[in-house]
Every structure is written in C-alpha cells, then in structure tokens.
Ligand binder design. Sequence first.
Ligand SMILES: [Fe+2]
Length: 260
Amino acid sequence: MTEITYGPGHFDGPDELPADYKNALLELLTFQADSEFMGGMRVQENLRFAPRPMEALRLAKKVKEEFGHGVYLWTLLDDLGLDTNKRVQAILQDPQADSPGNTKIINAFKYKNWSKVFTCWEDVAIFSLVVTPGAVAFLGQYKDSSYTPWASVSDRIFKEELGHLSFGEWAAKRVIEFDGEEGRAKLQKSVEKFLPIGLGFYGRDSKDSENFKLYHRFGLKPKQPEELKVVYLSIVKDRLAKVGLIYPENIQADYEMNIQ
Ligand SMILES: [Fe+2]
C-alpha cells in the first residue's frame, strides 16, 4: 500500500480537508500561532534591558511583529473553526503560565525558561543573532506548505524574521561600538549560552521522530531537519563573522527548548 503524500499548495482552504490531515494541521498551526504571540510577550519583557532609546524602539518593533505573526496565524485558525479570542485572552491575562488556557507554547517561550536565560542586553542581541536563524530556517519551509493559506502567511513572517536577524546583528555591533572589548566578551559568553537553543530549534534527525514522518508526508513540514541544520549553520556562522564573534565548535543541541 502506498502512503498518501501532499505537495506544496495541495489544499487551498479549510473546506473538505481529510480528517487526519486536518488534525495534524491544527496541531502545528496552533503551536506556531500561540508561540509567536507568546514570543511577543517575552520580547516585551526584555525591553527593560535596552541601554539606549534607539535600542528600545527597535526592540519594540520586534514585539509588534511577533504579535502580528500570532494574529496572522490565528486568522487561519478562525477559518478552521477555532475560538482564537479565548487564546489571546488567556495569554494576555496569564503570560507567566506554561500553557495559559491550554494554548501550545514552545518550551523556550515559557516564562520559567525564558526568565532564567535573559540577564542583560547582550543576551537580547545574541538571541536574535543565534536563535532567530533557527526560526528563519524552520519557518521558511512553511512557504512550501501543502496548506496554501499557511504558505501565503509564511512568506510575510519569513521576511519579518529576516528583519529580526538584522536587528540582532545591528544590536551586537552597537554593543561593541559603545562598550569595546568588554562588550565583545559579554556577547561571546551569550553566544555559548544561546547556541544550544538555536541548534535544537529545527528538531531531531528525521529518523528519530515518528511525528516528523507524518508531518513530512502531509507536506506540513516539507524539509528534513538535516537540511534545515545546513541552512541554520550557514546563517549563524556568516552573521557571527560579520559581527567579529567566534562560532564555538562542540556545542550540543538542546532539543528540549525546541518547537516539538
Ligand atoms: Fe515570529
């Protein structure tokens, strides 16, 4: 028996989706939508570390765009019959809970994890330089989703995530410009702290995950984790070199902070 596979853009809307495909779609879409919005809440908390007005303004733009990513994806979930008002209210009213109102939040964006790893502005800059490339690689694949509405939204999200990567490069360069070698040393320490999260973002090897095999067949995760790793490493190494930071070898991925 051959297993069903769906290619890019196979379904153009919410009507008449096969039940097992719809379940998988809802699972992945709610995870991304809820986590994007919670990501905005988390970045908002980091505003307190901004050292200068321009840093505060540029980080605030990132907050708005992360809220936007949540909202664009929730719009798709409205069309699939979910009550997204409940989801946004739960997150806004209880942002320190692990999964407010049974929303689906990636581990890295849960308050108990996030609040432990961020201690200074250098962490904020390096998160966008070392973890955001994981999002760029991982979310970039959704442009080829078998669900066309998701592919369209992903195009916009991808462009804004690239902007967040540029924010990280700008913020890190400014740390060195204003704080010199002391600033560079702090940034380098942050690289070592955040690299395991970035490396874990796109998931375990495809052979290790049953969920992945199903999502891949359905065209909901079009790329293999191994392919995403190549993209991730090339972005991170390029950006670190541009800032004058070193890529530390022998750092292991932290899959527990990963998307799922
Ligand atoms: Fe985002």
